[in-house]
Ligand binder design. Sequence first.
Ligand code: NOJ
Length: 761
Amino acid sequence: MQTQKTARYLSLLPVTIAFAITTVMMGQNTITPKSEIPGKVEALLAKMTLEEKIGQMNQYNGFYDVTGPAPKGGGAQRKYDNLSKGYVGSMLNVRGVEQVRAVQKIAVEKSRLGIPLIIGFDVIHGYKTISPIPLAEAASWDMEAIKRSAQVGAAEAAASGINWTFAPMVDISRDARWGRVMEGAGEDPFLGSDIARARVQGFQGDDLSDPLTVAACAKHWAAYGFAEAGRDYNTSDVGTGTLFNVVFPPFKAAKEAGVKTFMNSFNTLNGVPATGDKFLQREILKEKWGFDGFVVSDWGSILEMKAHGYAKDGKDATFKAVTAGSDMDMESDLYVTELAGLVKEGKVDEALIDDAARRILTVKYELGLFDDPYRYCDEAREKEVIYNPKYQEDVLDMARKSIVLLKNENNLLPLKKSGQKIALIGALAADKSSPLGGWRIASDDGTAISVKEGMEKYDGNTLTYAKGADVVIGPATFVRELTINEDDRSAFAKAIETAKNADVVVMVLGEHGYMSGEGRSRAQLDLPGVQQELLEEVYKVNKNIVLVLNNGRPLAIDWAAENVPAIVEGWQLGSQAGNAIAEVLYGDYNPSGKLPMSFPRSVGQLPIYYNHKSTGRPDEAADNMVFWSHYGDESNEPLYAFGYGLSYTSFAYSDLKVKPTKQGATVTVTLKNTGSVTGKEIAQLYIQDPYASVTRPVRELKGYELVTLKAGEKQKITFDLTGEELGFYDNQGVWQVEPGQYNIFVGGDSDATLMKSFEMK
Ligand code: NOJ
């Protein structure tokens, strides 16, 4: 009989698959009821030796091709022996049913207790079918679409033998130099929290044992996104107020959404490596928030405490990590070598080991791995689910919703569908890999629809393509430092000639997909290489330019913003990138995305974010043009503010009313589509607490609504504000809701001017 849960995911799939999966599921063992799991875990723990319990806390990267012969000698042999002895609880980067089944078989059949492995993988924005990078998805502000995108990644990964993803990354960041902003939801904790919840629900579903879902992992705990100067792995020094009000909320939201695991982070936070931080892992996460899942270290981060200057050696690092609450060691190979000795010497209480093993075993039970270790290993399902065409529709939907229209002077966009000569310029326009972005390790190069392919489907115009310039030279790979093309202008002439003869020039410029992501910080945020020069050369012969940006972070494109009439933020949009961009360019999809992160005018403004505090000297006075908080050579304002984004129609806000209630206030506003086509607006509400016991930001997002209106149509929108939106954490990390005045702003971005105040009693 089909269970409710089965029916839910079957409804997401085509009939053929649904049939195959029903068949598979009917043959599956029944799942241990939740209520029985604690008892089973305790019974198992009682049978385990100290070394076996520590083994559960050990995670290895895939270390050999399991379909080949078993390793002989060296480190791989030792790892293989540990696996056979039950001294490995998890592996990462083993994927594909054949490989996963083979390693699982070793764990289950060779080890004394046959405890199955939990198999982890970075499913950050898709597995085979690739979704937009998370920062792009965040621009949709559409929680259903984001959840669906995570479901797609989970389904493909789970069908490939994986049962745990190292996602979502919920790090808030205010610095576009940091390459990993592409993996997060941007700069805002309110939006970031909603997205954290949506992604956790998408990955995990309602029931972890569903073989098309995976356990999720909120990372990186904590303050990894506050790396000084935006340089990856760098120090974070963050005050209590910012920690509690900005850094923590998305993690708390993930916890409340039931996320099963957390990953700690590479950085130090206020002088303590997060991996060895008791305050973060034990006091806040496990004690205060009551998190009962497990914490995995980041890759090698236990050993890295030595380089940080926090641990004397591997043994000391092990002691510090385990006492701080890091339950699983990813690839430091230290727990399995040092921990038993520390327990035997009486330095580490065995209760800590029991606690960690208990947490890990519980998740394995919930995943159904004890009921069937090969639950995620079904060749027929793998074949049906991977690259299923249905998923292309889902990622296309997500890609469309992620696009942000930044500028559209004189309605240059949408493009006319016929009778036009269009020049398409830029190497990224024809690139079928770069749109797959920075975390697509399981996917296949060349599988994205390029902008060129997307535009070619509109055949009423003449489209002529010229590369203009390469962005990178040589192969772009996940682990290779990319060589940016700084001097090859040999293809400029052809591009300029093509542009001269065109009615409109579409230029696809920006960053290659591998220019953002882990270890990919940038000190410049311009169009890399010779692209800015190319843009200006083309502009000399044809000013009718639509600039389509491809990038994994906000860019400082002040010249383009000043001169180019139309700019479309096209991020790295995944498998369907080119189709989504072409639909927007031709007006078949009216763009509705809003920026989840401020775009700076120049790198010197960083970190730049809308929800900053006021200084004591915020404004220029007529008689004091020097001694106020500003730059002598740059504006304080971002190029494009948080929450900003245009549409092919226009919207007007009016009739803002704020009615105090017992809990806070009810805010109403009328939104009208004042343009000539149907459009979707993301109406945003910001609060300001102008005077408080601890200074509050000049604005904070506390509500938003996605509203689709036909031309001329209007709608009343209501927001309810309670203590939850109006309060804040003080400098002791204690929640406060203070009486007094609150200013409410409603509009289409964080610069909204429509304002009303109310008094909170
Ligand atoms: C290091 C990254 O920081 C982390 O996010 C990732 O999950 C692990 N490597 C595993 O690939």
